[in-house]
Structures are given as C-alpha cells and as structure tokens.
Design a protein. Structure first.
Length: 491
C-alpha cells in the first residue's frame, strides 16, 4: 500500500513539473539571443515568409525541417513545441537507459539545465538526444565489441552533428576516449557510420548549394576565422566579475553528485565516460555558455544516479529547484514585461549587468513590428536598404511577417554594389623563399557576396535604427517610434 502511494505521489509530481515546464516555455516571450537568427530565419525563409536574402553560419537542416510548422503557425512558436517534444524524449530515453529508474525522471524535471534551455531557439536539445544514444551504444560496444552497437553509435553521432556544429568536438572526444585501444577496422566502421548519420545534411546542402559540404566548411572556416583572425574564440567578456558569473552558472547547472565520479575508487569503474565528460566540461569552460551544459546533461545525470540515495535525492531536488527558480526568474518576468531589448534577457545578462535592467510593458520587438506595419502602409511594395550595420536587415526580416514590404536589403550588399566588388573577406598565405626558387606556392580563401540584385541604383529608400545614415545622398524622410526611413535625394 505504501509503495502504491509513493508511486502515485511521484507520478503527480512528474506531471505537475512537466506542466509547469511547458507553461514557462510557452508563455515567456524569451526565445534566446545567441545564433537564434541562424535557425529561426532559415525556418522562416523556407516557409516563404522571409522578406530578404538568407544568411546562416550554421546548419540549414534544423530550420529547414521546422519550416513547415513555422509557416503553418506564422510565428516562431514551433521551436518551443519541438523543444518540449525532444526534452520529454530525452527524459524518456534516460528512463529506459537507466533501467527504468524513476528517479531520473524527477531529477531531470527539476534540473536547472533543462529549465534554462527550454525556451531557446536552439538545435542543442535535438543534438543532445542523439549524443545520449551515441554514448549508450558506444558503451555497449566497449563492453563486448558488438559492431552493431558501434554502428548505431556512429549513426547517432552523425545525426547529432547535422543539427548543431559544436557537437563535433564532443563527438571527437567520445570517439577518441572509447576507440583509442580498439582495432583500426572498428574505427573505420565508426567513421563510415558517422558519415551515414550526416547524409541528410550533405544531401540538403547539395540540393541548396550544389556542394554537399557547403554549410560544414562555412561553419568550420568561420569558427577558425573568429578564433584566429578576430579574437572571438570564447564567450568571456567584460571583467573578472562577468567571468566568475559565467563559471558559477555553469557549475551550478551540473548535478551535485556528479563530482563523486572523480573519487579514485569511483573513477576506475567508469573511467572512459568520465574522461569523455571531463573533456566536454573543459571545452564548455573555455567557451562558457550555460546552454552548452544541456548537451551533456543527460549523461552527467545518468553517471550520478548511483551516488544518489533516498537522503541525497531530497538534497538534489531542493538544490535543483532553487537554482532552476533563479534561472527562470527572468523568463517569468517576460510573461508580461520586457527588458526593453530586442532579444530579451536571461539570467546571465541579469546578473552581469543588473544596473542597466529596464522594464517595459511593451517589448522593443512589438514596437518595431508596429513601425514596420506603418511603413508597409506608407510605402507599399517598396524595398529598403537597411543599416547602418551589415546585419541590421536580419532584425527587420526576422520580425516582419507581412507581405506589403517587398524586401529588406543589407547595407553591405548595397556597398558592394556601389564598389562593383563582391569580395567581403579574403586571406592569402604566400611564403617567400630565401633562395632563387622559380616557383611560389600560395593558399587563399575568403567570402564573397552573392550578387542577388542586378541593379541597386533604383533603391530609393532606406531604414535605420538611428537618426544617421552613412550615405549623404539620402535624406531623413520619416521617423517612427524606433525606425527611421530615408529617401534618396532626387531619387
């Protein structure tokens, strides 16, 4: 009788937490900020609702798959639905992987990493699902050299990568740790299985760009350029205080009893998995973003279960609930209010810059959307140069859902047209010999603009977010609440 009563209470708690998670995810106006345009704009573009040329630095597959739902709902709510589906699929997977241990469900539903990431437009959740199963299968392979399990592990790793580029590092860590002492032929099998897993992305890239490795190379070379040329290799910013905040938020996202794995007697029992997770955590700490923790959270929790007895589970639940409440407090504020920023705010921004928090009953996105509706009425079927920043056009194309504005054109494309030059970035390496060598070698690469418009001389209007515009042959024509419209003189 007591056992039945416990199960009923447990079931009710799981249902209640699931409902609360769905409410917070659905009703907060927060959708994230980092890279969200690379996924949401792609989905909107393929749904036929994007009034601009598309640009993404990441995989197109995530947005492409969700685009029908985005087009059907005519908003980005589709991403939150997909998030919730895969979060519950991950929890269900953990339940079966753990041998139907009911604790894993409750511990997942109170976990800060889960509550933090649930509203974000991000492929991390889907990639985490496949990484979890890759780990499950490669562990089974490691125990008995089952090549079927190795194949499933490789396919799962490939599927995790086709959605989120950064997971490639975690996949490499997993392959290295679990395969370093295996036969070379097994490594080849794993590589071939991974290739099978990434085929959907290759096929889509071939269809879209006539080059199967387009988005893979673009993402890889972009990351390389950011790290080596532009010094944007990590997310550390500001002073020491901001760095401490980032590190602290990441550390408290990790299950309390995970750290017991590093006790010597425990480490020997699960050495490969802990080495793999340690490498992943080190990478996350090098480029600290709280959302990254979710990618390995399921494995972190599963490796912690054996240390969580009846007494410790209460501590873990209480600790997780407190941290989760802190994490979602900005989301709760964004049920009815806005932080008066275009992308909203999460706990990271709130703690790092509390002095500049400003609330508003109307979001900046709503104000811009209203401005665009007015502009659409005043300038029906016009196209606009958007500046003064190269990617300002993306903000307007992301927000606007109407059909009356023909197109938003990046000011970068307009400048390239005026210069009659498509080159955006180019680098060339050519070593000069110290002897009279008659041949030189060089390596080069770069990024060009794609000439989507044959003639931009006919552009008569521009939109900016401020009261200045870089071209003197345009004059301010009309000011709206947030946006400024400029007209070409004698245009």
């Amino acid at each position: 009788m007591k056992e039945w009563k416990f199960n009923l209470t447990y079931k009710n708690a799981a249902i209640l937490l699931s409902i609360l998670l769905a409410i917070v995810t659905i009703f907060t106006s927060f959708y994230g900020y980092t890279d969200i345009g690379d996924y949401s704009d792609v989905a909107k573009y393929f749904s036929g609702d994007y009034n601009a040329g598309i640009r993404s630095s990441h995989s197109y597959l995530y947005g492409f798959i969700i685009s029908p739902l985005v087009g059907l709902l005519n908003n980005y709510f589709a991403f939150k639905i997909v998030n919730l589906i895969f979060i519950f699929l991950i929890i269900l997977s953990m339940y079966f992987i753990s041998g139907k241990d009911k604790r894993v469900v409750l511990l997942s539903l109170v976990a800060p990493a889960v509550w933090y990431i649930s509203p974000w437009i991000t492929p991390i959740i889907i990639s985490s699902f496949f990484l979890l199963w890759a780990w499950f299968f490669i562990k089974k392979y490691d125990m008995n050299n089952d090549l079927y399990c190795l194949s499933f592990a490789g396919i799962s790793l490939g599927l995790s990568y086709i959605f989120w580029d950064t997971i490639i590092f975690f996949g490499l860590f997993m392959a290295f740790v679990f395969m370093y002492n295996k036969k070379f032929s097994h490594f080849i099998l794993l590589f071939l299985a991974i290739f099978v897993g990434i085929m959907p992305r290759l096929l889509l890239d071939q269809y879209l760009f006539n080059f199967a490795f387009f988005s893979i190379m673009k993402s890889f070379l972009g990351t390389l350029a950011n790290a080596l040329l532009f010094g944007r290799g990590t997310s550390y910013s500001g002073g020491l205080f901001n760095k401490i905040i980032l590190l602290l938020l990441i550390l408290i996202s990790i299950p309390l009893y995970y750290w017991k794995n590093y006790y010597l007697e425990n480490l020997k029992q699960n050495k490969k998995t802990i080495i793999f997770l340690t490498l992943c955590l080190l990478l996350i700490l090098i480029n600290p973003q709280v959302r990254y923790v979710f990618s390995i959270f399921p494995i972190l929790l599963l490796t912690s279960l054996k240390y969580i007895d009846e007494k410790r589970i209460k501590k873990q639940i209480i600790f997780s609930l407190v941290i989760s409440l802190i994490f979602i407090s900005p989301y709760l504020m964004q049920f009815y209010y806005s932080f008066n920023t275009l992308d909203g705010r999460d706990i990271t921004f709130v703690l790092q810059d509390p002095k500049n928090i400003a609330f508003s009953s109307i979001s900046q996105e709503s104000i811009i959307s209203s401005d665009l509706d007015k502009i659409a009425l005043d300038f029906k079927n016009e196209s606009f140069i958007v500046g003064n920043l190269d990617d300002d056009y993306r903000k307007l194309a992301h927000i606007y859902w109407g059909n009356e504005i023909n197109e938003f054109i990046s000011i970068q494309d307009y400048q390239l047209f005026l210069e009659n030059d498509s080159r955006i970035l180019s680098k060339k390496f050519e070593p000069i010999p110290n002897i009279n060598e008659r041949r030189l070698i060089w390596f080069g690469g770069g990024i060009n603009g794609n000439n989507l418009h044959e003639n931009l001389n006919d552009m008569n209007y521009a939109i900016t977010f401020g009261d200045d515009f870089r071209y003197s042959n345009f004059e301010l024509y009309n000011k709206y609440e947030e946006l400024y419209v400029w007209r070409k003189i004698n245009g």
